[in-house]
Design a protein around this ligand. Structure first.
Ligand SMILES: NC(=O)c1ccc[n+]([C@@H]2O[C@H](COP(=O)([O-])OP(=O)(O)OC[C@H]3O[C@@H](n4cnc5c(N)ncnc54)[C@H](OP(=O)(O)O)[C@@H]3O)[C@@H](O)[C@H]2O)c1
Length: 275
């Protein structure tokens, strides 16, 4: 990965942090996107020490704010001339309905609109890489909803956190397919993936009981892993990029393809998990 430039959103915790560290250990230049200056600096300082890679840096953006996303893209382009890997990972579930500074429902804005806007703002520098990869971190939770409620995208009629989260993660999958279709011939691949249930800070924003429920549910289902293990699906994409083609048909055929294309790798990657 020497010479590769990678941006990871939500790189200050959980899966995004493990992703950034793994890429740093592979020798890439990493831009961790964080929303808190102090936490981002501490995370990056530690990553440099642990990985022995000084090419780890951070940029600040609250990804629920579209102004911040525009500023993030601008700052990136001021400092770097191309981007090889974009990992749209920052996301959360919100038990109670919240509204962003732009007036959008928070789950939809953070989990989907941020992926959409940041990717589109960076497409020119991704194209300049010649062989870039876009990875959208979705979730198996996308199966918990039958489709997108286009008549109530902002969940104003009724808000159920689990449902809003499932819808945002289904939006990640559909966005990825359409993106992939539009990027055919550009050399850029776009992939979505669903990490397994991961012991991270996920759900802590709703309080410790919500976090505990998340952990317990995955323990009982026997599928809880640590952030480093959750990386396995991403590693397969970095190393063997799959180019999606949009299938004709409905959402269920898209889902089937999504699941078929994203097997959970079982072999651990030496050099990434070994340290
Ligand atoms: N954990 C699971 O079981 C699981 C399963 C399937 C999919 N996923 C998906 O995996 C992704 C990562 O989740 P995780 O488990 O690693 O959770 P996590 O530990 O809570 O990490 C989430 C990251 O997103 C950042 N973030 C949250 N809101 C933000 C905002 N407004 N602006 C900028 N950054 C923001 C957080 O920043 P701070 O560090 O400042 O809080 C953190 O770095 C999410 O997209 C999630 O939907 C998780």
């Amino acid at each position: 990965m020497d010479g590769k430039i990678c941006m990871v959103t939500g790189g200050t915790s959980g899966i995004g942090k493990a992703t950034s560290l793994a890429l740093a250990r592979m020798g890439a230049t990493i831009i961790v996107v964080g929303r808190d200056q102090k936490k981002s600096k501490q995370t990056v300082d530690k990553m440099r020490t642990v990985s022995g890679n000084s090419l780890v840096d951070y940029l600040i953006a609250d990804l629920s704010s579209q102004k911040d996303i525009y500023e993030l893209a601008k700052q990136f382009k001021n400092q770097y001339n191309h981007l090889d890997i974009l990992v749209n990972n920052a996301g959360a579930k919100f038990v109670l309905r919240k509204v962003t500074v732009d007036g959008y429902e928070m789950t939809f804005a953070l989990n989907h609109l941020a992926y959409f806007l940041l990717t589109n703002l960076l497409l020119d520098v991704l194209k300049d890489s010649g062989n870039a990869r876009i990875i959208n971190v979705s979730s198996g939770a996308h199966r918990g909803i039958s489709g997108i409620a286009f008549d109530d995208l902002q969940s104003q009629k009724a808000y159920i956190g689990k449902r809003a989260y499932a819808q945002s993660k289904l939006a990640n999958v559909i966005f990825t397919y359409e993106l992939s279709r539009r990027l055919q011939g550009t050399g850029i691949t776009a992939n979505a993936l669903a990490p397994p249930g991961t012991a991270s800070n996920f759900c802590k924003n709703n309080g410790m009981i919500s976090w505990f429920k998340h952990i317990t549910a995955h323990v009982l289902a026997g599928n809880l892993v640590g952030p480093a293990e959750a990386l396995q699906r991403q590693v397969s994409i970095w190393q063997h990029p799959l180019t999606y083609r949009v299938l004709p048909g409905n959402i269920s055929s898209i889902r089937k393809r999504f699941l078929l294309q994203m097997p959970l790798m079982t072999k651990k990657e030496p050099g990434i998990f070994g340290k």
